[in-house]
Design a protein. Sequence first.
Length: 406
Amino acid sequence: MNRFPRILLACLLGTACIHRDYPQALRVHEDLPGSGPEFSLALYQSVGVGLRSGHSVALVQDARILETFEAEIRQARESIHLLISRWQPGEPSERLLRALAERQPGVVCRLLVDPIQSPGFEDTVGPRLVQAGCDVRSFRPFVGAVVVFDDERLEARNHRQLVIRDGRSGLTGGTGVGPAWRDTHVHVEGPAVRQLQQAFARDWLEAGGGLLPESAFPTLEPRGEARAGFIASTGSPSLSHSERMVQVLMAAARRRLWLTNACFVPTAATVDTLIRKARAGVDVRILVPGDEATAGVLAAQRSTYERLLESGVRLWEYRSAPLHARTLVVDEQLAAVGSNNLEPNASALLEEGALVVEDAPLATALADSFERDLSHAVEVRRDEWRERGWLDRFGSPLPASAAGCR
């Protein structure tokens, strides 16, 4: 492979080779209600999705993610749909292969992966899934050229993580099938599962899989007390639903705004809102990857620290394992779990998704998890940051193309 295609491939794996941070990006300057119909209306006005009641929700983390994937597959009676952006060969893959091969008779298996984020899948995993009776498709496969340009933008990729069983229960979270990552998913039953299914259906149709049958969208009865809505975001050259959602959630914070993100290279608008909240007395804490991240990610990430630290935002770098979680907890009731990278080119180019939930038990569980994670992280303190000379090395703004986030 000559140098030019290598650069293009690296750009795709690194989200993009463009810098995108518009000075007029959305900023929600007023404080928003943190719960109830008023918050739901604010979210609806921003992204077209409000929060509906009638959900059962539960956090699923780390090793339990794969266990829950297996359980959903084995419990399926009509269909199992998987949209996995990143599927790597290995023991987790083997376990899912066994579960899918042993699923109940008559259960339709539809599986969609992003080929560029799943090296080795097409040759080693895909054929075995086909042999097991699954319909396996690639999202925007490469045909002929390695990359497609459109007004200096690279072809968008899919970063969503979805598992939907019988159209009645679903999971979504940070990343796909691979090694031991620190990750968080949320399991949901109730009306929002229909939104997960619709997001899968749209990408499945684009991948040539055709329309899903009517039975894939059953009538869903209330399953619990939580209010929830799934926000599907398609890459946008100006402002994505992912960015709008994050701004609305941050604007709702009055007491607590705890954020974990595996790709933290925020826009100026996001930084401004975090600073405004911290200066207003909100407990703003951010957990990001540590030294296990690539050099480009760390450089771009650390270039944002100075303004945040000097304004009262607290920052930690996680050190125990590769961090792939993307979560947000606001005050005592509001939480979001999904795949959304806080990085401008990701918003411009990636298909993303997150479940926004208003539920005190889930928010408490997520806050407890956040505090446990801090025990495996190192706090970045402003005075120490300066003394160690990291600001001299990483303090100048870097283009988001340095990120290389997955």
